[in-house]
Design a protein around this ligand. Structure first.
Ligand SMILES: [Zn+2]
Length: 297
């Protein structure tokens, strides 16, 4: 075998390993797809047109297919790693000026900053002088609105949002962050939704119209003129992290039915909120604030 083909073989194996490496740092793929599927029916016609125009061809016009993308490019876009989360100094509140930065201290390099930044970039859609890759801006935005709603994406710096807290999810060894990213969603899909993502999405949609109807109106309201309300979403997440995620989950804990039954409603609600708020943000950008009514389902 020539040196070149040997090198190619090594590169091939490395890429297989990288492609199969677990992505421990975001709502799992399912959570992101679900949030975006919930957003889709709330997009106005004008917004949908812009979104379809910006999506890459492989998406076939469906936003949800591209929502896990930002995790898939984590190895290529290392600079974007801190944009998936926020760390607080072991306190149950969030402050933009204190917490929204990367490890070098650069301000705005956190998930709340990223949501505002990509929203801002997308406002230049249709402007021929714009310098941004708006396809990527859209895919980042759709992903990060999901991430900021995962309570442990706004967690303590010390345990990396639960990543260093080793627990058992029923019998399986994992970490607390992963329980919130994936395990609870996967267990719920298996136990209640026939292992089918769309069935779980339908279940969450039903809650939007009949389970939480009073709350739902307030989820979408955002008084900020142009920036999003990402700071509010981060504040909600750190509080949920303290009240539900970290509570009763210590190093070495076994988490089972008690934890699952009391936390699953939070997971579903956060996915619903992420979806509705993503739709509002996109409608504000592409259809100047024209929001579809909740009842339109
Ligand atoms: Zn992420």
């Amino acid at each position: 075998m020539g040196l070149l083909s040997f090198r190619l073989l090594i590169i091939f194996f490395l890429s297989v390993i990288i492609a199969r490496a677990p992505l421990g740092d975001a709502w799992g793929k399912e959570g992101h797809i679900m949030a975006c599927k919930i957003a889709e029916p709330y997009l106005t016609e004008k917004t949908l047109k812009a979104v379809e125009d910006l999506l890459p061809e492989v998406a076939a016009g469906e936003l949800s297919t591209m929502c896990p993308w930002a995790d898939q490019v984590r190895f290529r876009y290392r600079w974007a790693s801190p944009l998936h989360y926020i760390n607080t100094p072991e306190v149950c509140n969030y402050k933009y000026s204190r917490d929204c930065h990367n490890s070098k201290g650069e301000q705005g390099m956190c998930v709340a900053g990223a949501i505002n930044n990509y929203t801002n970039q997308l406002y230049s859609y249709g402007d021929p002088s714009n310098q941004y890759n708006l396809t990527e801006s859209l895919m980042f935005l759709a992903h990060f609105v999901g991430d900021i709603h995962q309570p442990l994406h706004v967690g303590f710096e010390d345990d990396e949002g639960g990543n260093t807290i080793v627990v058992h999810w029923y019998r399986r060894k994992t970490n607390l962050h992963h329980v919130w990213d994936s395990s609870m969603i996967q267990t719920a899909m298996r136990d209640y939704y026939n292992n089918d993502l769309d069935t779980m999405v339908e279940g969450i949609k039903l809650n939007i119209t009949s389970g939480w109807p009073d709350d739902v109106e307030t989820w979408q309201s955002c008084g900020n003129k142009r920036a999003t309300c990402a700071n509010d979403y981060a504040e909600e997440s750190i509080q949920l992290a303290c009240d539900y995620a970290y509570k009763d989950a210590e190093q070495g804990s076994t988490l089972g039915d008690d934890y699952f039954f009391t936390r699953l409603p939070i997971v579903k609600k956060r996915i619903a909120q992420a979806g509705l708020r993503l739709a509002s943000i996109l409608n504000r950008i592409f259809d100047s604030g024209n929001n579809k009514e909740i009842q339109s389902y």
